[in-house]
Design a protein around this ligand. Structure first.
Ligand code: F6R
Length: 246
């Protein structure tokens, strides 16, 4: 695993955006696996800036998002489809038909999970998968549990995730209790993985992911088995890791 410890959120975002830009420049028709949440906002901002400067094009890129809240419409301002539109898709030249996010309004979540998994597989899985990391070590919405979920599925969000994400909603009661998420197997089939992580509340999760045992109780720990992972964190998120290595 390559680990970059950056001085702050902006430096982290710049570093992560450079990895994504390198992927797009090297393979313009690549499949990008994308994430939402506060961690990648700055990364997307950098990508939009480079697109506007004429240095980057997403014209041939296909994208697959990790997850979507179950029960939220695409135009709900907290849906992950809405997040992607407002943070990236609406500002670059990616073709709308080449962007994919699970359907949060699907009546049959099992059928939607199957459809989405088939879609990702049909695209050959991600060339580069961008991930954030939950405070509890989740990746996508694969919460700590007694096994590694393999494929796209409906997840019951952990109380700590609902609490953490309540900052985006009027109250914790408004946070959806379920989400559709790629499985750990889907994520691990990406050719390259890029993790962005910031803030001291992530320091334990980062330490466990890199130095702890590989266990589904710390889902991100499985990244130790992937041959091409780059983790970019700010000082706070990588503090425990750096202390251990000092
Ligand atoms: C988002 C996702 C989640 C987030 C994680 C961290 O698509 O899959 O795993 O990456 O919850 O969220 P933030 O960045 O908001 O701390």
């Amino acid at each position: 695993m390559k680990i970059f410890c950056e001085k702050d959120y902006d430096a982290m975002s710049h570093r992560a955006a450079a990895v994504i830009a390198a992927q797009v420049v090297s393979k313009p028709d690549c499949v990008l696996g994308l994430a939402t949440g506060s961690s990648p906002v700055g990364t997307y901002r950098e990508l939009v800036k480079w697109y506007k400067q004429g240095d980057l094009s997403f014209k041939e890129v296909r994208s697959v998002n990790l997850d979507e809240y179950y029960g939220l419409a695409p135009d709900h301002d907290q849906s992950y489809r809405y997040f992607m539109q407002t943070n990236l898709f609406d500002h670059v030249d990616i073709l709308p038909e080449n962007t994919n996010v699970p359907d949060g309004l699907a009546k049959d979540p099992a059928a939607e999970s199957e459809r989405y998994e088939r879609l990702v597989a049909g695209l050959g899985y991600a060339d580069l998968q961008l991930l954030g990391m939950g405070r509890n070590g989740h990746i996508g919405f694969n919460e700590p549990c007694d096994h590694f979920p393999v494929i796209t599925h409906l997840v019951n969000l952990a109380p700590s995730t609902i609490e953490a994400n309540s900052r985006f909603f009027a109250s914790a009661g408004d946070v959806p209790k379920q989400a559709l998420s790629m499985g750990i197997g889907t994520i691990m089939r990406a050719r390259k993985i890029l993790v962005v992580v910031s803030g001291e509340e992530k320091a334990d999760a980062v330490y466990q992911a890199v130095c702890g045992p590989v266990t589904p109780e710390a889902p991100a720990s499985i990244l130790q088995l992937h041959p091409d992972v780059t983790l970019v964190g700010d000082k706070e998120a990588t503090s425990k890791l750096m202390e251990a290595q000092a």
